[in-house]
Design a protein around this ligand. Structure first.
Ligand SMILES: [Zn+2]
Length: 72
């Protein structure tokens, strides 16, 4: 089951949440806001259902691919 990491753009609270459906709504536990940025969780990398910011590129050591190597 994929665990997604979210960051609230309202209060910048960061939290993890299980999301079973892509369109499942998640609210910030701190302020109940719904302006959330979905981050990739390290726990979910490698899962067949996980979405990575790098598409098919093997970026599991680095969740964010700013350093190149998977520049798409
Ligand atoms: Zn919040």
């Amino acid at each position: 089951m994929p665990i997604y990491e979210f960051r609230c753009e309202t209060c910048e609270h960061q939290f993890e949440s299980l999301v079973r459906k892509h369109d499942e709504s998640v609210a910030c536990p701190a302020c109940s806001g719904d302006q959330l940025k979905k981050l990739i969780s390290a726990h979910a990398v490698g899962s067949t259902t996980a979405e990575t910011p790098c598409g098919n590129a093997p970026c599991s050591p680095a969740p964010m691919c700013g350093g190149g190597g998977c520049g798409g």
